[in-house]
Design a protein around this ligand. Sequence first.
Ligand SMILES: [Zn+2]
Length: 538
Amino acid sequence: MERTPLLPLPEGMFIHQIQEAEASLIITVIATHPVSCCPLCLEPSFSIHSLYRRTLADVPCGGRQIQLVLTARKFFCSNPLCERKVFTERLPTLARPWARMTIRYCQQITSIGLATSGKGGVRLAARLGIHSTRQSILRRIMELSPPAPCSVLRLGIDDFSFRRGQWFGTILVDLESHRPVDLLPDRRAETAAQWMRQHPEITAVSRDRGGEYAKAAAQGAPQAVQYADRFHLCKNLSEAAQLLLARCQAEIAQLSNREEPEKNGQSKQIISIEEWRPPEPAHVEKARLARRAGRYERYQQVVELQAQGMKAKQIAQRLDIGERTVRDWLKEASYPEVKKRRKRQSSFDSFAPYILSRWQAGERNGLTLCREIKQQGYTGTERTVYRHLETLKQAEVKTSANRHRLQKFSANTAVWLFVRDPKTLDDIERDDLAAFRQVSTTLNRAYDLIQSFFSMVRKREGHRLDAWLLQIAQSDLPELQSFANGIEKDKAAVQAGLTWSINNGPVEGYVNKLKLIKRTMYGRAGFPLLRQRVLHAL
Ligand SMILES: [Zn+2]
C-alpha cells in the first residue's frame, strides 16, 4: 500500500495496485479510514458491515485516462434510534454517493463546457484525454446551482439581443464586484422592476438611455439614484454627429461639383467679412513676437517668485509691474496669451463687402476692382487692395484643396475626427479635421459644441450641462438639438451620470462576453443555458 503525490487521494485511501492498459491506467484503491458518519443522523460509526467495489473515472494523467477501482465499506449506524441501519462510506471530497466519476473530473468537464460549448467542449475534452458527450457537458452546466443571492448596492443594467434585433434580454451586473448577478429573459420594465424589488439595498442604478430601465428603477428601486450611462451618452452624441456630418458632406460634395465649371457660377463664400484680414506684414509680426517673448519671460519670473513663497504685492514691486497683472497671471494655469487687437479701422474696410461680393461673383482682376472702388470714393492705396485680394486667393486654393482631401471620408469614418479627444489625433488626422472645419462653417461650430460635451464627460463637469443645452438650443444644428431634447427628458439621470464616477463599463464588458458566449453556442441554445453560462462564466 502506498500514497503518491502524483495522484492525490483523500486521507485514509491507499493505492493498492496500478495496471497499465493501452490508453488508460487502472488504479486499485482501498479506503481504510476507520470512521464514517451516517448520512442520516450524522453519528460517527466504527463498525464495518461489509466491503463493496466502485469504479470511478478520474482526471487523466499524462494524457492517459484513469479508472479508480475503489474498495469501500458499508458501516452499521451506531445510533439505535436511526432508521438507517447500514450505510455506504461517504467520500465527500472524492465522489458523490452514486456518481461514476470523481468530483474533480466532473469539475474539469464543467469548466471545459463553460469555456467552450457542447460540441466544441467534446472536441477539446478529447484532446485532453477526457471522454464526454455533448449532453453530458450541457447537463453539468445546467446542474450548477445559481450564485448565492448577494447584496447589490450599485446595479448596472443593460439589454442584449438574444436573437439579433428580435428577442432581447436584460443583464444585471454588480458594479462593485464587477460580477453579473442575473440575466432576465426580456427587457420589459416590469420584469426588471420585480427583480429590483427583491433588492431593497440598491442605492444606485446605472442604466442606458432607454425609457424602460428608467421606469424599472423608478418602480422597483425608488430609493436609488439613477445614472444615465456616459458610454451611451457618448454613443448617442456620436450618432447625432454622424447625421450632421452626412448632411454637411452632401453639401460639400454638391459644392465641389458645382464648382467644376467655376469662373461664371457663384461660388460659396470662402471667408467671412469678419475673418478677412490680410496677413501681418513681416516687420509687424516680428515686433509682436518680440513683445510676446518679453512678456512671457516676466510671466515665468512671476511664477517662479510665487513658488519661492512671495506674495503678489511683493512680486509686483520686485519686477516693477502692476499688482493687478501679477494677480491675473497667477490665476491662470498656464501663460495667458494676449488676445489679438482688433484690426485698426482702415479706409478699405467700408469697401470690403463690395469687393468680397464682386470676388464671389467671379471678378478676379485686381486693377478692375481698384478702379471700381475708387469711383465709389476709395482713397487708400492699390497695395492695400492687392494684399486683401491675395488673402482671398489663398483661402480659395486651400478650400478647394481641402474639399478634395475630404472626399475620401464617409460620415461614418469622419465622425471619429469629431468625437475623439483631440490630444489623441495624429498629425494627418489633425489636418483632416482642420480641413473639415475650414470648408464648412456649420461643422466648425458643431465641432466646438461636440468637444465641449465630451470634455464635460471626461472631466465629470455635470454642472455645465445646462449651459451646454442652452448653447445647443441657440445653435442652428437640428441633429444636435434632437440629441439635446433626448437629454432634457432624462436630465436628472444624465446630470448624475456626468457628475459621478459610477458607470456602466463593467456591464458593457459583460454584454461583450455574453455575445461571445452566444456565438460559441452557434445561436442554438435557449435562455436557461445562456443564463447559466454567463452567471458561471470563467
Ligand atoms: Zn444513522
